[in-house]
Design a protein around this ligand. Structure first.
Ligand SMILES: [Zn+2]
Ligand SMILES: [Zn+2]
Length: 121
């Protein structure tokens, strides 16, 4: 289940929505250069997804495990394959699981969650 929350920039007080995944049907990746968000639907990465599940991997846990330095080789590769499928951002940056959320107004990363967390599939 993913979450959508209202965040406030600590620098310019701009309020904006932050989505974090994974949802039931998509991964949520952020651009590493700007504030863009890319929802990668599981149907877009079906082959990658099935390959992971074939080896007993869990597409919901794989990104987390890989970031913590754990997981199987397939799980560690999964992140890279999903990021590759996400393509490049219009700004020239890359969509990454590990990219920090940025303020759309000033692009800084110092943000605070101020609003309700809504769940999405
Ligand atoms: Zn970008
Ligand atoms: Zn800001």
């Amino acid at each position: 289940m993913g979450t959508a929350s209202t965040a406030r920039c600590r620098d310019c007080n701009h309020d904006f929505e932050v989505a974090e995944g994974p949802g039931m049907f998509c991964h949520v990746l952020h651009c590493d250069q700007c504030y863009a968000v890319r929802f990668v639907g599981f149907e877009e990465i079906e082959a990658v997804h099935l390959a992971l599940e074939d080896t007993g991997g869990d597409p919901y846990e794989a990104p987390t495990r890989a970031h913590e330095g754990g997981g199987t080789e397939v799980e560690r590769r999964y992140d890279a394959l999903v990021e590759e499928a996400a393509g490049a951002c219009a700004c020239g940056g890359c969509f990454r699981f590990a990219a920090q959320v940025r303020c759309p107004s000033c692009r800084r990363t110092e943000i605070a969650i101020v609003g309700e967390c809504l769940l999405f599939d």
